[in-house]
Write a protein that binds this ligand. Sequence first.
Ligand code: C2O
Ligand code: CU
Ligand code: CU
Length: 513
Amino acid sequence: MITRRKALKALGISSLGASTGLGIPSLAIAQSDTDSVNPLKIPQLAQGELTGNVRQFQLILQQGSSTFLTDTTTATFGINGSYLGPTLHFHRNESVSLHIENQLGEPTTLHWHGFHLPTSEDGGPHQVIANGDTWNPRFTVVQFAGTFWYHSHMLITAGEQVYKGLAGMIIVEDDTQQVELPSTYGVDDIPLIVQDRRFNADGSFRYMSDYEDMVVGMRGNTILVNGTWQPYFVPSTRLVRFRLLNAANARTFIFAFSDGRAFQQIASDGGLLERPVTLTNVELAPAERAEIVVDFSDGRDVNLVSVGKPSYFPEFPGAMSAMMRSMNTQDFDLLSIRLQGQLQDNGTLPESLAPIYRLPESAATNTRQFLLSMGTGQRSGDDRGPGTGLRNGNGGGHGGGNFSINGRKMALDFINERIKLNTTEIWELSNNSPMSHPFHVHNGQFQILDRNRRPPPANEMGWKDTVKVGPGELVRIIMRFTDFSSEEIPYMYHCHVLEHEDRGMMGQFLIVE
Ligand code: C2O
Ligand code: CU
Ligand code: CU
């Protein structure tokens, strides 16, 4: 089983602690030597029912009781089941119609994360489904093939509802796509919905139990993958495609293998990359996705892990410092992979995947700035320069509860931005808080122009709908605003740490003619 030292060494980052001068944080692994005893659950694949050229889906949002741990049960939310929902299988250029019934006992919404669709079908905070009501969104799937997801987007309670289980994966397939990839669902094409949770002694979920949960977002010490605790998976093919979805409320995962083996990333949020990118780890903030292909031909058992990062945050007295220092420093075993018997040969990975037209900067006719902030802090004057997380006096002291974008909190009746239909814009995202925020824009996919004026790494050169913005970082994205203009119903942009979103780190935009 992996140790932290081994994992760091395998990743070639063993000297990180030394180079930052902060010392390596705890070498202990959170759940040491867990014996993975539960076969990985694979969410049911919902293909819908094709009537004419519309694919119909029935979704019931319901309360449930789930058994994750031994000997206890947990009150949960689920979609057509007790926890999470089926994987919805859509086809590009087909229309879908979803009949959604809310039996949760409270209002909710259901949002199609990453989709390019009319604002009225988006499932954002304006499309509330009251308890006992139904909602019937209908849209044409214009997405490229890829991995998306759906989840509650209820104003203020999205975090708690997703935590309880209101989320699922969406796979879009392009029937005309030529490229050959492992694509047998549940066999060599495996969804991995990764979440961290915290439990009370009686087995119930513990949500928002202290100040830290509110400030840095709700993180847990126990990992669930597709709602499975301590899961294992037995490959039957040489190559396995994993669809990694970070469906955590607040935690960033750095996915890697315990033996440091390389893998290929083939897709980012919005679909295939131009060509496979060889990596030994991939970092995903909440809501980000990556499809990776891993080779198990060597027949060796291995673990999919998340590797903690040594804290960059300087140590000084105060609650904020302690919280920031502990962020994402933990290691986790996510999935134990057991090799048993003969592996079927399921081909080789193609060298090129999909052409990606990089939107030229010159296409943009407007630039907007978005400043992500969390609280005024009590230690104003602490400005230790970029990369320290201490800019403009934000982030030293208490505060931290005052989440905003451009100094404003989300208000349902306030339109923050109006964007002209059929234009391309550059959005400059900056962050003067001490932690990173995954910035998500509704209405579809964008591209990352640069991070601190440097081109993004190869695996961030494809289509994205969510992008990490680190403390003190400037990330520039470029996006086209075609279709779906509306004078009434806006799209959202927000931090995808759900506790930040729920507390106001969200804004609204209209696309207008
Ligand atoms: Cu994944 Cu606005 O949400
Ligand atoms: Cu979204
Ligand atoms: Cu945030």
